[in-house]
Ligand binder design. Structure first.
Ligand code: PLP
Length: 413
């Protein structure tokens, strides 16, 4: 049986049949979607749940005494509890719905920033996405704190042997990406959080790229905060989560003011609701939260160990075949990686190759991937990034590689 339909114990044809968007042609070629780090496609169950909400239950949450509002509220809070289970949080109130990881990290930076002062240190790894750099720089600029990078090795791994050089008694926050969106590196976030705790700092983990590939257990990781985004884990866009340890959330000020986040509001002043409501001002993305809950159900119904094996086979196949393309260099050689491969070419700029790949039906990402400090560290301006998901096949990897050989024949002269 071809790998197109079955790989190891995974029935890929069946898995792919759940994703309508995969079954289309682009420029007359079957779509080969290798841009999953940007966003994954959505299974039918997530799409249906979102449509069903608008068709049948559409109402605002927490504020109506009518049947539709009760149904919407129940579904929204049930989704929160699914998130709790997905990350093994102690209580659903620790899971705040946001619009995505960018929003989650801004919430964390803004509220934690209220407790920072001049001379305090915020340590971020050198491989962070801009959404885990810029919010901290804004806060640091406001209070006079400094943002210091935790070094990364030439292989694209955290240089934790040098953590002691940057994490010190001035450090109040350590924020680190679980999985690098550019290199695919899986970081030892448990160790990062242990180092943060030993220094008396709060730990924040950006799990944007981790959720679709790894199991996440906030208590095993030992983090204080963790950010998730729906659209990279087979869920809708515009929905995310900030997990925060309840004891810490209780002490934090609100992020945004508005409806639903108050206890009492008078012109003399306002008192605030307990978490999570304190951090969810205004009408939330109800359909998105429900869709995220269904994406979590979808993930829970899969054999994730078999997925991981399959994705690892794709990583090994892609890395080996790419390295056989003349003048191609894979960037990021971490020991522990998800199936994301970044590379550069001696004979062409990534932006000249992407259209050729697109013409072959292959969707990849080119650029700095919102990690300019990492690019500077590696002496690069841009890479081409192929990021695989469980529904990708060995044949699709081969199509990418064949298209690159063709691009070389066209561009290398
Ligand atoms: C590692 C990482 N962090 C943060 C983000 C931003 O996530 P969102 O799109 O949910 O705002 C991304 C998206 O590319 C990412 O890959």
């Amino acid at each position: 049986m071809s790998t197109q339909s079955r790989a190891g114990g995974l029935d890929i044809a069946r898995l792919r049949s759940e994703f309508p968007a995969l079954h289309q042609s682009v420029h007359g070629k079957p779509l080969v979607y290798l841009d999953n780090a940007a966003t994954t496609h959505k299974p039918r169950s997530v799409i249906d749940a979102t449509v069903r909400f608008y068709e049948q239950d559409n109402a605002n949450v927490h504020r109506g005494l009518h049947a539709l509002s009760a149904r919407a509220t129940q579904a929204y809070e049930m989704a929160r509890d699914k998130v709790r289970g997905f990350i093994n949080a102690a209580d659903a109130s620790e899971c705040i719905f946001t619009s995505g990881v960018t929003d989650s990290l801004n919430l964390a930076a803004y509220t934690l920033g209220a407790g920072l002062k001049r001379g305090d240190r915020i340590v971020l790894s050198h491989m962070e996405h801009h959404s885990n750099i810029v919010p901290w720089q804004i806060v640091a600029g406001r209070v006079g704190a400094e943002v210091v990078p935790l070094p990364v090795t030439d292989r694209g791994e955290l240089d934790l042997a040098r953590a002691g050089e940057v994490i010190d008694e001035r450090t109040k926050v350590v924020s680190c990406v679980f999985v690098s969106n550019t290199l695919g590196t899986i970081n030892d976030v448990h160790r990062v959080c242990t180092l943060a705790r030993a220094a008396g700092a709060v730990s924040v983990i950006d799990a944007a790229q981790a959720a679709a590939h790894l199991s996440i257990d906030v208590r095993a990781i030992g983090c204080d905060f963790l950010a998730l985004t729906g659209h990279k884990m087979y869920g809708p866009t515009g929905i995310g989560v900030l997990y925060g340890r309840r004891a810490l959330l209780d002490r934090l000020p609100p992020f945004r003011g508005g409806g639903e986040m108050i206890d009492q509001c008078t012109f003399a002043g306002t008192t605030f609701a307990p978490p999570p409501a304190r951090f969810e001002a205004g009408t939330p993305n109800i359909a998105g939260a429900i869709g995220l809950g269904v994406a979590i159900d979808f993930l829970a119904s899969q054999d994730r160990a078999t997925w991981a094996e399959h994705e690892h086979e794709l990583l090994v196949r892609a890395t080996g075949a790419l390295e056989r393309v003349d003048g191609l260099r894979v960037v990021g050689r971490a020991t522990h990686k998800i199936a994301t491969v970044s590379f550069v070419l001696e004979w062409a700029h990534p932006y000249d190759v992407a259209p050729i790949l697109d013409h072959a039906g292959v969707a990849v990402r080119t650029g700095h991937h919102c990690t300019q400090p990492l690019m500077d560290r590696l002496g690069l301006k841009a890479t081409i990034r192929a990021s695989m998901a469980a529904y990708n096949t060995a044949e699709e990897v081969d199509t990418l590689v064949a298209a690159l050989h063709k691009a070389r024949r066209m561009l290398a002269g």
